[in-house]
Write a new protein. Structure first.
Length: 277
């Protein structure tokens, strides 16, 4: 359920209908029905008279579960959150209904309402003329903390029965909840250990990946070195082939020179032999 402050935050400045904005939008009873539904957790009944005044004159069920009627008197100062009701008057056979605001006095009633000076839900200020009385939240509701109201709303909204609540209490008595809590705690510990192992594996993977990249870089460097050596070897082979050709050419020239030298020596020797005779 909502608190009054939450309700005001949601709807002030707007024009609301009930049970939706396509029904009786901007009517004074619509915003009060919405207030009863969302802040007190009961389904607001029809007025029984087709008017706002019916919430006082008929006081239809289940209003009595959460409200008590307080007759207006000269000395009464209504409290914030009460619902004020006006009886019909000349020109208005329906009466009026509103939510009491802060700072009301014996002479002036501050209130939030629709269809008073505007069909918008807003703060109003008027005298107590025609105010027949108030619907005062019963103490069991009025004294509730916000958490207690939220719990009551949870029970009402989900149709939780007394048997459901006793079942939960029985679970607690059998220590079922602590056992489940321990199991959850054990699972959380196991998850934490798995996360730690995962972190270690991730770090190891990252290191291996870094080492692999270093190896790939070294391999790339080695391949480049091999390519350079291969190029140098190819150049050396070409130079070797050229040198061999030059060497063979020179050897041929030398052999030819030797042949010529031998011929000359033979001629010289022959001439020498002639002179000896």
């Amino acid at each position: 359920m909502k608190t009054l402050e939450q309700f005001l935050s949601d709807y002030l400045g707007k024009s609301k209908g009930y049970p939706d904005d396509n029904s009786f939008k901007g009517e004074c009873l619509s915003i009060c029905k919405l207030y009863i539904k969302e802040c007190f957790g009961i389904n607001p009944p029809a007025s029984g008279s087709g008017s706002a005044y019916g919430y006082w004159s008929k006081f239809p069920n289940p209003l009595g579960e959460v409200f008590e009627k307080v007759l207006n008197t000269d000395d009464l100062i209504p409290q914030k959150g009460w619902i004020g009701i006006m009886e019909p008057w000349d020109g208005n056979p329906y009466g009026h209904i509103f939510i009491v605001a802060d700072d009301s006095t014996k002479y002036l009633c501050k209130n939030w309402a629709q269809n008073w000076t505007s069909r918008t839900f807003q703060l109003e200020s008027n005298r107590y003329t025609n105010v027949i009385g108030f619907l005062k939240p019963k103490s069991i509701i009025n004294d509730m903390t916000d958490n207690e109201k939220l719990l009551l709303g949870l029970i009402n909204d989900n149709g939780i029965t007394e048997g459901d609540i006793r079942w939960v209490i029985d679970l607690k008595a059998k220590q079922t909840v602590p056992k489940l809590e321990k199991k959850v705690s054990d699972l959380e510990t196991e998850i934490s250990e798995i996360k730690q192992q995962l972190g270690e594996l991730t770090e190891k993977y990252n290191n291996n990946e870094k080492e692999l990249k270093n190896c790939q870089s070294s391999l790339k460097t080695a391949n480049q070195t091999i390519e350079n050596i291969s190029a140098e070897l190819e150049t050396a082979n070409k130079e070797k082939t050229n040198y061999k050709s030059w060497y063979e050419s020179k050897c041929k020239e030398l052999n030819e020179l030797k042949s010529k030298t031998t011929l000359i020596e033979n001629i010289i020797n022959f001439i020498k032999s002639l002179f000896k005779k």
